[in-house]
Ligand binder design. Sequence first.
Ligand SMILES: C[S@@+](CC[C@H](N)C(=O)[O-])C[C@H]1O[C@@H](n2cnc3c(N)ncnc32)[C@H](O)[C@@H]1O
Ligand SMILES: [Zn+2]
Length: 372
Amino acid sequence: MEVTEGAVTVEVPEQEGEGKTDAVFFNPVQELNRDLTVAVLDAYREREERAETYLDAMTATGIRGARAAAQGWDVTCADVDPEAVELAESNLARNDLDGRVLERDVNALLWDEYVDVVDIDPFGSPMPFADAAFANTRDLVCITATDTAPLCGAHFDSGVRSYSAVPRNTDFHAEMGLRILLGALARTAGRFDVGVDPIFTHATSHYVRTYLDCTHKASAANRSVQDAQGYLYHCEDCLYRESSRGLVADPPEACPRCESNRISAAGPLWLDAYVDREFTASVRERVTDDMGTAENARELCTTLERELDEPSHYDQHRLCKQWGVGAPAMDAFLDAVRDAGHDASPAHYGGTTFKTTASIDAMRDAASDLGP
Ligand SMILES: C[S@@+](CC[C@H](N)C(=O)[O-])C[C@H]1O[C@@H](n2cnc3c(N)ncnc32)[C@H](O)[C@@H]1O
Ligand SMILES: [Zn+2]
């Protein structure tokens, strides 16, 4: 069947059922991810004028590479699947777009040539491809991870194994996954003397997507391997949390709030910001009306621009359940927290998630006069 996204129309195979099939892979649900990729590439080129080459390293139907080629990037599409290569070639041709299409394993291809921007969009964990990506990309590494259960601690052994860190299953699971992923990617980049700056990152439904601006300098790598990393501690009884910087964990002996000793420690993970607000604003400005997810994409950027840099978020419904009270309207709740002198913002993790500098008790006091 034909699919139009932005400026391109491509042929994609019918996907049978939910599981992995033999057909070349295409997921319509990832349109938001692809629309934002196009907006990020556009914003990035303005910031880094010398960036010209884009490797869509796991191209499948070629849709991402075709959309980047339509923007004027010098595109290479690669895939190990010969049927994907044939389809990507014909999809570039039907849109009159230039671009190389190679039947290559991304790990082999990247050791052969440098690129300015690489896009790693695998089934599951990106870690098997991270070494080659950071060693051989000059400017920007774009990465999707769909293995959210290992990343957020729900599949503990697999998370530890893949990300060389301890993830924990908390009530802020999507952010746990995002920070475990960024921490592991930064440590991988550091092995090649590459420092990373996550200029745009989002956790959406079943995946985490991040764009890492690379600096090829040992001092930058030191910063992202050591200063930007740390641990998150979480009380399993009362939802209290705190963090510590650095690669040596320093957990509280008991919860300072409820004295429980059921404190879980997660890390090492990324504790610095995961978006650059100014860059995110310019991504929002580059979302175009011909994108199928334009409204959601702009809204996501706006939320990310306003989201506080606190290392974890709360779910208001979960808190209210814990307090045994009905949940007040979200805007009124956040206003009450702000009126009590704290910062508060909605979070991009959906539903009633938010970030705040207030403690749990301060939030409860602030919200006590609000009805459901
Ligand atoms: C999730 S799909 C990519 C989807 C595509 N980027 C999109 O936006 O529609 C993953 C693709 O990676 C390919 N692949 C798996 N291992 C690979 C490797 N080592 N090198 C290159 N491609 C690989 C698969 O054949 C598959 O087509
Ligand atoms: Zn506690």
